[in-house]
Design a protein around this ligand. Structure first.
Ligand code: HEC
Ligand code: HEC
Ligand code: HEC
Ligand code: HEC
Ligand code: HEC
Length: 239
C-alpha cells in the first residue's frame, strides 16, 4: 500500500520536473547557439506549458533524446548529424506550422478549443487565408497567454464595442447578431440622453420613483372615472 502511494506521489510530483530537467536535446543545442534560436526557451520558461511539463517536442515533434554533447565543440558534420537526428521529418518534426498543421499541433491537447475556433467566422477566415488571426496571433507561440480583450482585437478591428460580451474563440452568426443588438441598444441610449445610462446605477431610486409615478397616475385615473360617473348622474338628474 505504502509502496503504491509513494510511487504515485513520486510520479505526480516528479514527472514534470523530471521532463524539464532531464536533458532535452532541443534546449541544450538551442541554448548554446543563443540569439533568436534561444529566445523561444526564455519565453517558454514563463509559460503555463512549462509549468505542466509540456516540452518542445510535445508541440514540434522530433527526437528530444538524441545525445548532443558539447555543442560548441562539435565538428560541422557531427553537428549536422545531431541536428537532423533531432529535427527530422521522419520523427514527425514540424518547424513553423500554419493553417491546418497549426490546428493539428494544438489539437493534440486542446481538441475542444480548436474545434470551437475552427468552426468560427474568424477560424474559417484564417484557414481560407482571408486575414483571420491564427491561434498564436492571440496566444503567442511560446508564452501562450490568455490575451486581453478587446486590446488584442484592436489590431484588426477599429470598433471593438461589445467584444468583451461575446466568445472570442467562437464568433458565429449568433454572436454577430448579439453584437449588433448591443450596439443598437447603446446607440439608442445615447440619443435618449443621460437618463438611461443612469438607470442601472440608481436602479433602486428609479424603482421607487416609478412606483410613486404609478400611484400618482392611478389616483388621477380614479379621479377622472369619478368625474365621468358624476357627470353622467348629473345629466340624468337634469331630466
Ligand atoms: C544540434 C543542434 C540542434 C538540436 C539538437 C535541435 N536544434 Fe532546432 N535548430 C538548430 C539550428 C542550427 C536551427 C536553425 C537553422 C535551421 O533551421 O536549420 C534550428 C531551428 C529550429 C526551428 C526553426 C525551424 C524553422 O522552420 O524556422 C525549430 C522550430 C527548432 N529548431 C526546434 C527544435 C526542436 C523542437 C528540437 C528538439 C526536438 C531541436 N530544434 C533540436 C539546431 C538544433
Ligand atoms: C505550445 C507549443 C510549442 C511549444 C511547447 C514549443 N514551441 Fe516552438 N513554436 C511553436 C509554434 C506554433 C511556432 C511557430 C511560430 C511562428 O510561426 O511564428 C514555433 C516556432 C519555433 C521556432 C522558430 C522561431 C522563429 O521565430 O523563427 C523555434 C526556434 C522554436 N519554436 C523552438 C522551440 C523550442 C526550443 C522549444 C522548447 C523550449 C519550443 N519551441 C516549444 C510552438 C511551440
Ligand atoms: C502536449 C499537450 C499540449 C499541446 C500540444 C498544447 N498545449 Fe496548451 N496547454 C496544455 C496544458 C497541459 C495546459 C495547462 C492546463 C490547461 O489549462 O488545460 C495548457 C494551457 C494552454 C493555455 C492556457 C489556458 C489557460 O487557462 O490559461 C493556452 C492559451 C494554450 N495552452 C494554448 C495552446 C496553443 C495555442 C497550442 C498550439 C500551438 C497548445 N496550447 C498546444 C497542453 C498542451
Ligand atoms: C481572436 C483571438 C483568439 C484566437 C484566434 C484564438 N484564441 Fe484561444 N482564447 C482567446 C481568449 C480571449 C480566451 C479566453 C476566453 C475564453 O475562454 O473564451 C481563449 C481561451 C483559450 C483556451 C483556454 C480554454 C478555452 O477553450 O477557453 C485555449 C486552450 C485556447 N484559447 C487555445 C486556442 C487555440 C488552440 C486556438 C487556435 C485553434 C485559439 N485559441 C485561437 C482568444 C483567441
Ligand atoms: C489578425 C486580425 C484579427 C484579429 C486580431 C481579430 N480579428 Fe476578428 N476578424 C478578422 C477578420 C479578417 C474577420 C472577417 C471574417 C469574415 O468576415 O470572413 C473578423 C471578423 C470578426 C467578427 C465578425 C463581425 C465583423 O466585425 O466582421 C467579430 C465579431 C470579430 N472578428 C471579433 C473579434 C474579437 C472579439 C477579437 C479579439 C479577441 C478579434 N476579432 C481579433 C480579423 C481579426
Amino acid at each position: 500500500m505504502w509502496a503504491v502511494c509513494c510511487t504515485v506521489f513520486l510520479v505526480l510530483s516528479g514527472s514534470p520536473a523530471h521532463a524539464q530537467q532531464g536533458r532535452i536535446a532541443c534546449i541544450t543545442c538551442h541554448e548554446a547557439l543563443g540569439g533568436s534560436l534561444a529566445k523561444p526557451i526564455t519565453d517558454w520558461r514563463g509559460s503555463i506549458h512549462y509549468q505542466h511539463g509540456i516540452t518542445c517536442d510535445r508541440c514540434h515533434g522530433g527526437n528530444a533524446k538524441v545525445e548532443v554533447g558539447n555543442v560548441l565543440q562539435l565538428s560541422g558534420p557531427q553537428f549536422a548529424a545531431i541536428q537532423s537526428g533531432a529535427m527530422s521529418k521522419a520523427n514527425g518534426f514540424v518547424g513553423k506550422p500554419s493553417g491546418k498543421q497549426l490546428f493539428a499541433m494544438c489539437a493534440k491537447c486542446h481538441p475542444a478549443s480548436v474545434g470551437r475556433y475552427a468552426g468560427s467566422v474568424m477560424g474559417i477566415a484564417y484557414l481560407q487565408k482571408k486575414g483571420g488571426p491564427s491561434c498564436i496571433a492571440c496566444h503567442q507561440p511560446h508564452r501562450n497567454v490568455i490575451p486581453e480583450v478587446p486590446q488584442v482585437c484592436s489590431r484588426c478591428h477599429k470598433d471593438t464595442t461589445g467584444f468583451t460580451q461575446i466568445d472570442p474563440m467562437n464568433v458565429t452568426d449568433a454572436s454577430i447578431t448579439q453584437l449588433s443588438n448591443i450596439r443598437i441598444q447603446l446607440a439608442r441610449e445615447k440619443t435618449q440622453g443621460a437618463r438611461p445610462s443612469l438607470a442601472p446605477r440608481f436602479a433602486g431610486e428609479i424603482g421607487s420613483f416609478q412606483v410613486g409615478l404609478l400611484a400618482f397616475g392611478a389616483i388621477i385615473f380614479l379621479f377622472l372615472i369619478g368625474y365621468v360617473v358624476y357627470a353622467i348622474f348629473e345629466k340624468g338628474d337634469e331630466k
